[in-house]
Design a protein around this ligand. Sequence first.
Ligand code: MG
Length: 290
Amino acid sequence: LKLVTFSKEGKQSIGAVKGNSIVDLSTIAPDMLSFIDRGDAALKQARQLLESATTTIPLDSVKLHAPIPLPRRNIMCLGHNYAEHARESDEARGIEHISSQPPTVFTKATHTVNGPYDNIPYDAAVSTEIDWEAELGVVLGRSGKNISVEQALEHVFGYFALNDVSARDLQFHQPHNSQFFRGKSLDGACPMGPWIVTADEIPDPHALRLVCRVNGSVKQDGYTSQMIYRIPVIISALSHGMTLDAGDLIATGTPMGVGFSRKPPEYLKPGDVVEVEVEQVGLIRNRVSS
Ligand code: MG
């Protein structure tokens, strides 16, 4: 299933994509978080509706929102989860490269969540070093604590594409003390979607190409196979002594090719169009706008 949150004529609803149209799923649940909370029963009903639906809504007649427009808590994010990206980051900052162990984790505030085709806000008074990070996003479908690596994928509800937009001047304001939370949490700094692809449709989440383009030019081109910490390890590590909930969002890290480590550094400016495409999952496209 490809599950969307959409609005038409001012009314927000959830649906499943069928070709170029949407089957409304609002009879199952009013929003995506309640749908996920209803577990396998909701998925089964959705598949039945998708089969039997006689009325559909053209995809191009609706506005797509982030699949979960307002998560219950911050998005949990992996830092330095691709070796070449970890190296390029440390080199650009002039600090000694040490491979991270255990995984580096930070969070993005809930108001970073942005639609798959919406503008990325740009305010030069706040930051002039806005950067891109193409990532595979994971949404959990089952709660758990101390989840084993072996059972971790059973907690995955689905996947989506996301851009971990980062304000580097805020993030690295203090040279030896990264301000991840500030630099990662500006409003609108996490475009995501365009839908959640349910886990059953992605047999191997570590075999996906992910690409970032800025104004059509390829900046990042990697594979999820290059992750240092794979999704089961990430989920298991995060749940160590900390309960994870259904509906939680995890950003799994970005491959090499971000702007701040380029020579010279490159940052986004108003008018730029940035795309993140994850194979088998989807493409999001956002314009930077002051
Ligand atoms: Mg990131």
